[in-house]
Design a protein around this ligand. Structure first.
Ligand code: PLP
Length: 382
């Protein structure tokens, strides 16, 4: 008999929906990854570095050149200076960074606040550290932090709060004013923050992303996590980074060095080259994805789905209450995939206590124009 350490964890909805999309021959707008290629120069650089013998372990903390590029990008994006040696760590994906940050500071019996709907890796990472997630639902249609509920959820055992902005699955952003409010709420408490900012450069309509990196008070207690996968269209490279003050970075690295030790060497070299040669990639990203969002939403305007264009991420929520109110969102996602050829993600899976009346599915618009046009045609026919 195996006593599972994660008895409630099964195959993720992302795997299930991707499998169903493949077996049904449906367009896969469920899992969040681009169906277009990464920049050619970036791919070429990987081949070059492999051919040049960059195939052995990199430093545990990450390739210095890449850490320096991350620090330079942070300075350009947020006007703050972080130390590439003592504050930046390269990890095999943002998920691993989050896992290591949690293992580094969460002790048995500690409580961690997560806002529902929440990315699915947080809860098992906390459970494996012996902690317990306290779920606080985001409020209303705009998925904003409900500070009343957050205040009520705090206890002497609260050791961490996990933020995610831009937010998966809703696309909502946490504003600078909300960061100020959070900082005031936890000012006199011994609470760490993970700020999951993997979609930091996917923010639209001229809005500026309020990074915890630029919030001096919150940053002192924070691990700020990002993903090269999202920013450079290479989710399969599973390469990310975490930025934290030196004392927190030291603790995080103690865990990271025994989880993976280091990231994949030639990928780090390639990313460092590309970031140095193409700083404009990050500046162009909001416009690039905003055009995809606008195309997809404009094409869906005549459909029976209702929606508000997202301000961040590459996900669009669609409300289907005018179409099949009789189906819950898992049933709806399966029905859309099997009967209408478009796979989506039901958002109830991101909740501890799904809202019974909610009728929302999430679609990923990180797709070629042709894919978006085909998907929209099918969705308009429902
Ligand atoms: C909110 C959020 N955090 C983290 C990740 C994981 O990023 P990575 O692929 O770099 O591990 C994702 C990927 O979908 C995500 O949506």
């Amino acid at each position: 008999m195996i006593t599972s350490k994660l008895p409630n964890v099964g195959i993720t909805i992302f795997t299930q929906m991707s499998q169903l999309a493949a077996s049904s021959g449906a367009l896969n707008l469920s899992q969040g990854f681009p169906d277009f290629d990464a920049p050619q120069a970036l791919c070429d650089a990987v081949g070059r570095h492999i051919a040049n013998g960059h195939n052995q372990y990199s430093p545990m903390t990450g390739l210095p050149a890449l850490r320096q590029q991350v620090a330079a990008k942070i300075a350009r994006s947020y006007g703050v200076s972080v130390n590439a040696d003592t504050e930046v760590t390269i990890t095999p994906g943002a998920t691993q960074a989050i896992f290591c940050a949690i293992q580094a500071v969460i002790h048995s019996g500690d409580e961690v606040i997560v806002f529902d709907p929440a990315y699915d890796s947080y809860e098992p990472s906390v459970a494996l550290a012996g902690g317990r997630c306290v779920h606080v639902p985001l409020g209303g249609k705009d998925f904003a932090i409900d500070f009343q509920k957050l205040g009520e959820a705090l206890s002497p055992r609260t050791r961490m709060i996990i933020l995610n902005s831009p937010h998966n699955p809703s696309g909502a952003l946490i504003s600078r004013a909300e960061l100020d409010q959070l900082a005031a709420l936890i000012r006199d408490r011994d609470i760490y923050v993970i700020s999951d900012e993997v979609y930091e450069h996917l923010v639209f309509d001229g809005v500026a992303h309020a990074s915890v990196l630029a919030h001096e008070e919150l940053y002192r207690r924070a691990f700020v996590v990002s993903s090269f996968g999202k920013t450079y269209h290479v989710t399969g490279w599973k390469t990310g980074y975490v930025v934290a003050p030196p004392a927190l970075t030291e603790e995080l690295r103690k865990v990271h060095q025994y989880v993976s030790f280091c990231g994949v060497t030639p990928l780090q070299y390639a990313l460092a080259d590309f970031m140095a040669e193409h700083p404009e990639h990050v500046e162009e990203l909001p416009g690039f994805y905003q055009a995809k969002r606008d195309l997809f939403c404009d094409l869906l305007a005549p459909s029976r789905f209702s929606f508000t264009k997202v301000t961040g991420t590459y996900f669009q929520l669609l409300d289907y209450s005018q179409i099949r109110p009789d189906l819950n969102d898992v049933e709806m996602a399966r029905w859309m995939t099997r009967e209408h050829g478009v796979a989506a993600i039901p958002i109830s899976v991101f909740y501890q206590n799904p809202l019974q009346e909610q009728r929302l599915v999430r679609l990923c618009f990180a797709k070629r124009e042709e894919t978006l046009r085909q998907a929209a045609e099918k969705l308009c026919a429902i």
